[in-house]
Design a protein around this ligand. Structure first.
Ligand code: 6PG
Length: 244
């Protein structure tokens, strides 16, 4: 588990982007599962402003780790957020964008997307395996759309599951734990003071955290787990392990 703590979001986004470019440079095609919510917005804005060609988007196939069960035009849509902060500015070929169709029936969409992953991705031990899986974490310790009250979804045998937001009741489609942990590289991007308590618990007391928080169950078989934290999210850790 590699933990990097950054003074500013800009520093964090730059380091994250450098890791992305490093992975892209080694492969002809790179498969990336994007996270949603608000944390990625500034990262996508940075990618949108990179000099043309700095990221060869023709080499990148983009998926999502989860999606809200709403139409792509809805402000709640992770796809819409990504379009507004990234796709409207960079030349990602349409055929490289694999949207979770939030407008569909959730159960059918989970099945459809799970099958798509089997077709589009290489596998690790028979499980579809992303080159890069980008994750965020909620202040309740959820990741993707697997929430603490439904932590048992983590071990679902399917590639994708349907979930329910514990407060809003909003339906979600999410990768299951087995697909998350089959990723070659997992990049956790967590910022903000409201995440600090769970960050501390998950990093310092992983065994008890694994009982309660889906984010603590992210342990890719590849061993390539990278936490990108800002100082606020890391404020309760004893000291920066690798200050940046
Ligand atoms: C989503 C995300 C979710 C997100 C966390 C953190 O659909 O909301 O995929 O897992 O990463 O909830 O969200 P923020 O970045 O908004 O804090």
């Amino acid at each position: 588990m590699d933990i990097q703590i950054f003074k500013t979001k800009d520093d964090l986004n730059k380091a994250f982007t450098d890791r992305l470019k490093e992975v892209i440079s080694k492969k002809d095609i790179v498969t990336i599962a994007l996270s949603g919510g608000s944390t990625p917005k500034s990262l996508f804005d940075d990618w949108a402003q990179l000099p043309e060609g700095e990221i060869n988007w023709k080499k990148v196939k983009l998926f999502w780790g989860d999606e809200r069960c709403v139409p792509p035009s809805d402000d709640e849509s992770n796809y819409k957020m990504t379009k507004e902060h990234l796709f409207d500015f960079v030349p990602v070929p349409e055929e490289n964008i694999f949207r979770i169709q939030g407008e569909n029936d959730p159960e059918s969409e989970a099945e459809r997307y799970g099958g798509l992953l089997n077709r589009e991705l290489g596998t690790t031990n028979g499980v579809p395996s992303f080159d890069i899986l980008m994750l965020g974490m909620g202040d309740d310790g959820h990741t993707a759309s697997i929430f603490p009250h439904e932590i048992k979804l983590w071990d679902n045998p399917d590639n994708c599951v349907t979930a329910i937001h514990p407060v809003s009741g909003q339906k979600r489609v999410s990768l299951s734990g087995k697909v998350i942990n089959a990723a070659k590289n997992v990049f956790f991007m967590v910022t903000g003071e409201n995440k600090a308590e769970k960050v501390k618990e998950i990093i310092e007391q992983p065994d008890s955290a694994k009982e309660k928080y889906p984010a603590a169950l992210v342990q890719p078989e590849s061993g390539s787990l990278h936490w990108f934290l800002d100082r606020e999210a890391a404020k309760l850790l004893p000291r920066p392990t690798s200050p940046s």
